[in-house]
Design a protein. Structure first.
Length: 594
């Protein structure tokens, strides 16, 4: 063991606090558990997965199930602190509800079936069924039902920070999409929609501040509500290539929506005057492209594409323009189905009398529900399948020949016009980090959660719910900011704000390093003190890999020049700073940490 200055070595615990108002904490690297690795896991395709493993933050236990090591616990607790502060600011109160949840309540709302294979289910020794909580609308609503009596008790906004369990079909990217993960979920209870709107906006603002403070810029976009139900929802999206969602954005007016609900405007089309319906042979032509090629030469925008889906076990025929992709989320919304899948070949043939490639909805409506995309309304001289294999129909006048419900069914494409202004839409990959919903009375009505109005009547509680993935914020920060050497943490969620490295075994370096540690602690920074008996190069590499914002190297070279070598993570070269000046530098960083 190298000699240590009395100041530090005499302290009884590994961790101590200085005497100042909001002092930082220090950990000695020689005894701190941060197992860094040269290589990330071979299967890691996302930068955050690879780097969080390499830098000693997380370890995988099984598919989508991770242990958080001390560095990750520190970062997660910083994120939690920010979330708690902003929830308190928005008037929300912290609760902690169980994860082991009886099936009955889920059956009551229909979600025991609806959640399908994503729900982890188990049976106790008496044969009672349970699930592990994947979300808590039912459970919070029950608490509200049993405890809230009158409009005087409202509004209430309750939240918890806890573990959620979801048997994801594709757990991947490390903690970005795990099967067991940390979430903050909040639930608001109001007397009416106006109250819900206020609670919703308070949460929206809190979310914006949370993401800004975490150094993870997120855009709020219009979103699809899926299995939650309700009338409106907003997602918070971080624009990164690893994101599994696509969002449409208008750079001119700021319109932003998930592709699942995004809308756009199309330039009007002048069709040539339509004629009579006429069937023609198209042997072997099964695609839009084939019909667009010689000898047929029917441009995709003059074709109708007809697709068959099974929506909650009912067949539904959907028609869009040949060059427009059908949007399954919109189809699901329009049909109100809780489950939707493309129909099998056999079922298509039975319903339509032809196979995929020759389908059409002309004079069809009595055999299944037909939905028609808004963008083809009023079109004439179109071409579509004849519902006879190897034949198409030309001269289709959509309004005359197709009887259908008219809805928005197409997926917006880059370059189309913004629905709100004359801007042009861009598409971008994005990762959902938060999602907030106006649930309304969907849960309170079925669970009987009512309160007394001022007029003495019972009225169902009007609910909102608000989720944010804490592990996802941690991983998103890494996705956003890293380089070939490792992670570059936003100071506010870094596991340590600063690290002090001894760059040699000499006692005077040790002493100076410990002075530097004290200065940083005094300024309120958490410090990883790298006192290990390893080469300087190893210490530099680890500091960069772990991504600590401020690195203070204490070596002979600096000492001779009268200071220490300071480098902000992400900067190339260190600069010489006297220990006296380290205090003001630390104070500046402290402001970014707070
Ligand atoms: P996704 O579309 O990514 O599956 P979701 O719509 O299922 O997300 P919500 O039910 O709204 O997500 O959950 C709220 C938040 O919880 C999400 O915004 C996300 O930050 C986080 N989250 C959801 N699923 C996971 C997961 N498998 N691993 C880590 N975080 C998750
Ligand atoms: Mg999900």
């Amino acid at each position: 063991m190298r000699p240590q200055s009395r100041e530090i070595s005499q302290l009884p615990s590994l961790r101590w606090r200085t005497g100042s108002a909001s002092p930082g904490e220090v950990e000695r690297f020689s005894r701190f558990f941060a197992p860094t690795l040269k290589e990330g896991p071979a299967e890691a395709s996302a930068a955050s997965h690879r780097l969080l493993v390499r830098a000693g933050f997380i370890r995988q236990l099984s598919a989508g199930v991770y242990s958080l090591l001390p560095l990750a616990v520190r970062t997660m607790s910083r994120i939690e602190t920010i979330v708690r502060e902003e929830m308190a600011h928005a008037g929300a109160q912290e609760l902690r509800l169980p994860s082991l949840l009886p099936a009955d309540f889920w059956r009551a709302t229909g979600r025991w079936e609806l959640m399908g294979a994503e729900m982890f289910r188990l049976t106790d020794r008496r044969g009672s069924e349970y699930c592990l909580g994947m979300t808590h609308e039912e459970i919070f609503c029950l608490l509200a039902r049993d405890e809230l009596r009158s409009y005087r008790d409202l509004p209430q906004v309750w939240y918890q920070i806890g573990t959620k369990f979801r048997d994801e079909p594709r757990p991947r990217f490390g903690v970005l999409r795990a099967r067991e993960f940390a979430m903050k979920d909040a639930y608001s209870f109001d007397l009416d929609n106006a109250g819900l709107d206020r609670s919703f906006e308070a949460q929206r603002s809190a979310y914006k501040r949370i993401f800004a403070r975490c150094g993870v810029p997120a855009v709020d976009v219009e979103a699809f509500s899926g299995s939650m139900g309700g009338r409106e929802s907003v997602e918070f999206m971080v624009r990164i290539p690893a994101g599994e969602d696509t969002i449409a954005l208008c750079p001119r007016c700021g319109y932003a929506a998930n592709l699942e609900v995004a809308r756009s405007r199309l330039p009007p089309i002048e069709d040539s005057v339509g004629g009579a319906l006429e069937r023609f042979a198209t042997p072997g032509v099964l695609t839009i492209e084939a019909l667009a090629s010689p000898p047929y030469n029917v441009e995709p925008w003059r074709q109708l594409k007809t697709l068959v889906h099974v929506c909650d076990s009912q067949p539904v025929v959907a028609v869009v323009r040949g060059d427009h992709p059908l949007n399954e989320a919109k189809l699901q919304l329009a049909t109100g189905a809780s489950e939707l899948r493309p129909a099998q070949d056999e079922a298509i043939f039975q319903l339509m009398g032809a196979h995929a490639g020759s389908l059409g909805a002309v004079h069809f409506s009595n055999r299944a529900r037909v939905l028609l995309d808004e963008a083809v309304v009023g079109r004439t001289n179109m071409v579509t399948g004849a519902n006879v294999d190897g034949f198409h129909l030309r001269g289709v006048d959509v309004d005359r020949d197709i009887t259908a419900e008219i809805v928005d069914l197409r997926t917006v494409q880059a370059g189309e016009l913004c629905p709100r202004c004359d801007g042009v839409l861009e598409l971008d990959r994005a990762l959902e980090v938060g999602h907030i919903f106006k649930l309304g009375t969907r849960y309170s009505v079925v669970l009987g959660a009512t309160v007394l109005t001022p007029n003495g009547e019972q009225t169902p509680l009007v609910m909102g719910c608000y989720g944010i993935g804490l592990g996802r914020i941690m991983a998103a920060a890494v996705e956003l900011l890293h380089d070939q050497d490792g992670i570059i943490w936003p100071p506010s969620i870094a596991p340590f704000a600063a690290t002090v490295l001894t760059l040699g075994p000499e006692a005077e370096l040790q002493e100076l390093a410990e002075r530097a540690v004290q200065v940083l602690l005094g300024a309120g920074l958490d410090v990883l003190y790298d006192d290990r008996d390893v080469r300087a190069g190893v210490k530099f590499k680890d500091a960069d890999l772990i991504g600590i914002p401020l690195r203070v190297g204490v070596g002979q070279r600096g000492l001779n020049a009268g200071g220490v070598e300071v480098k902000r993570r992400g900067e190339r070269e260190p600069r010489l700073v006297s220990v006296a000046d380290l205090g003001s530098l630390a104070a500046t960083l402290r402001e970014q940490v707070a």
